[in-house]
Design a binder for this molecule. Structure first.
Ligand code: FES
Ligand code: MG
Length: 591
């Protein structure tokens, strides 16, 4: 039995309002003009939006322009009327200063489109990094029936017989170019080899992470995250997504029914198991907040830290997106977690009306070198820890990427295991880093901790992915490839550095990082999850007074009107980088 009668469809307020025939005529005539019939618009059929993130500006999601045709076919076959809705473009690698600045802009735009027009349900076309959180945040706020559809990863990249993954091959090629092993053309060939088809990044970067988590949250059909973009099954699942959203409207199955606290806890566990990006807490904390669910970085540590790593994908592992799909994708990861009793809420509901247990309970890995069973994990504790102290209230560290050399140098001191101290070398933004890092006068050695500040949501609007800093070239030549890094910015999901990231409050909010001076000692203690400047409290107070007297930590001028608005309203990375005031608006389609 449907829960919604045709007369109760939201779109009937526009197209079938007997109290206001004049407005109904006005609403109808332009959509009739577009080519639809009165029978379609007034016949009690759900109007289904397809929130379209693909465009020429957004190559990762561009294949959605093709997939949307299959979605339309599914919607029509199920008795709905499709309407495509353009979404503000977000292209991770092309947008200056950073694509994450536009996550909240796309969110606001889509909220207005879904709220202000006759839309009964929506298909969210996700893929490139920030498109996924932006669209899920909008669905959370508006709370009309919504289902996500990934564009799918690119095919595996290959270069000279080896897998060439998005991002990772560029870091490698850059080193080869610097060493004179390849020329400029060869550098470009290697980069292009990692992108052999339509789709999102084929490594376990932020895109694969967020698409996988959209499925783990229950917001995609099972298996929809990892099917490579050009595969036959990609078109089929697009069609099935179109079919399903129409039933979701009749069943009145809404984002608040699916994205519950239990769903977020499942997603945190899956993020650990897949070796997901350090950008995930920012985005999931933001989506949760728009639903009125408090999710904190402490939750990430408590729910996720002890979960083992199961998925062997680059950058930290071997394989790429096609392998992930063939090994069973997200359903196999969840099935393995359920089998090991590690998924906290197998009874969580998903968009197909069934639970995680129903969908994935019997699924197992098809290739246990790509997706390991939980009994033979790649690593024991793969989640994040949440650090705090006088440097910041919260910062994330991905302990699973701590390599043997780093561990030996910093964490295996028998007198003081899992803790280290270092001399701070402070950089104010990425330009400052590039100017100074190789200058011998800075005297950087293995006792140093590199600190990046001015790179948070306000300092570098949107927060730059710059915290993983390389040591000076003279140290690399001595075989020191990584120094500890701390910062108020982010880090690319395709980077495998154990930095301490997303520090909140940021320097631009006059947080502890703004008080730090080059030469101060810093102590990081992973036993107590603390990070502190070893400077007396009264000295820190004096520094804070002096900073405030000077007008606070300096931030550069905004380059666009949106940057100004964003800086005025943005909340810290630990709280999801949401805009102040926006998260109070909830369930607005029913208001
Ligand atoms: Fe768009 Fe990676 S840059 S998915
Ligand atoms: Mg990125």
């Amino acid at each position: 039995m449907p829960k919604i009668a045709p007369k109760d469809l939201r779109s009937a307020q526009w197209f079938n309002n007997p109290d206001n025939p004049e407005m109904t005529a006005l609403y109808l005539e332009r959509y009739l003009n577009y080519g639809m019939t009165r029978a379609e618009l007034q016949g009690g059929k759900p109007i289904i939006g397809i929130a379209q993130t693909g465009s020429d500006l957004s190559p990762c999601n561009r294949h959605h322009i093709e997939l949307a045709k299959r979605v339309r076919d599914g919607i029509i076959a199920a008795g709905g009327v499709p309407i495509e809705i353009p979404v503000h473009p977000i292209q991770e690698t092309g947008k200056r200063p950073t694509a994450s600045l536009d996550r909240n802009l796309a969110y606001l735009g889509l909220v207005e489109a879904l709220y202000g027009y006759p839309i009964d349900g929506v298909v969210l076309t996700i893929g490139c990094d920030k498109t996924t959180p932006a669209l899920l945040m909008a669905a959370a706020t508006v709370n009309i029936p919504a289902i996500a559809l990934s564009v799918g990863p690119m095919l595996n990249g290959w270069h000279e017989g080896e897998r060439a993954g998005s991002g990772t091959v560029i870091w490698k090629a850059r080193e080869m170019l610097a060493a004179g092993e390849i020329n400029d053309d060869q550098f470009m060939d290697m980069a292009a080899a990692s992108a052999p088809s339509v789709g999102y990044c084929n490594t376990m970067g932020t895109a694969t992470t967020m698409n996988s988590l959209a499925e783990a949250l229950g917001m995609q059909l099972p298996g929809a995250a990892a099917i490579p973009a050009p595969y036959r099954e990609r078109g089929q699942i697009s069609y099935e997504t179109g079919l399903r959203i129409v039933d979701m409207v009749w069943d009145d199955l809404r984002p608040t029914d699916v994205m519950t606290r239990a769903a977020f806890e499942n997603a945190i566990v899956v993020n650990s198991a897949i070796g997901g990006s350090t950008n995930a807490p920012i985005h999931l904390n933001a989506i949760a907040k728009h639903l009125g669910i408090t999710l904190t970085n402490d939750d990430w540590q408590q729910v996720g830290h002890r979960v083992p790593l199961l998925v062997n994908l680059q950058p930290s592992g071997t394989y790429l997106g096609e392998d992930y799909h063939r090994a069973g994708g997200v359903p196999a990861v969840i099935g393995e977690l359920i089998a090991a009793d590690m998924l906290p809420h197998p009874d969580a509901l998903t968009v197909n009306g069934r639970t995680m247990q129903d969908n994935c309970g019997l699924r197992r890995t098809v290739n246990d070198d790509v997706i390991h069973p939980a009994s033979l994990p790649l690593m024991a504790s793969a989640g994040f820890i949440n650090l705090s102290g006088n440097l910041f209230d919260s910062a994330i560290m991905k302990t699973s990427v701590i390599g043997a050399a780093f561990r030996a140098a910093y964490l295996e001191n028998p007198d003081d295991p899992n803790a280290f101290e270092g001399r701070a070398v402070v950089f104010d933004g990425p330009e400052d880093f590039h100017h100074r890092v190789d200058d011998p006068a800075e005297n950087i050695d293995r006792d140093c901790i590199l600190v990046m500040r001015g790179a948070g949501p306000k300092g570098y609007p949107g927060a730059a992915e710059v915290v993983n800093m390389r040591p000076p070239n003279y140290l690399i030549k001595q075989g020191i490839h990584a120094l500890p890094c701390i910062g108020d910015g982010r880090q690319s999901g395709t980077s495998g550095s154990p930095s301490i990231l997303n520090a909140s409050p940021e320097a631009a909010d006059n947080g502890g990082l703004a008080l730090l001076q080059t030469g101060d000692r810093i102590r990081i203690d992973l036993n107590t999850f603390s990070a502190n400047i070893l400077v007396p409290e009264d000295e820190l107070t004096a520094r804070r007074d002096a900073l405030i007297a000077k007008g606070g930590y300096p931030i550069p001028a905004s380059q666009s009107p949106w940057q100004d608005i964003f800086r005025d309203l943005v909340e810290p990375l630990s709280e999801g980088m949401t805009l102040r005031g926006t998260t109070d608006h909830r369930d607005i389609a029913r208001m």
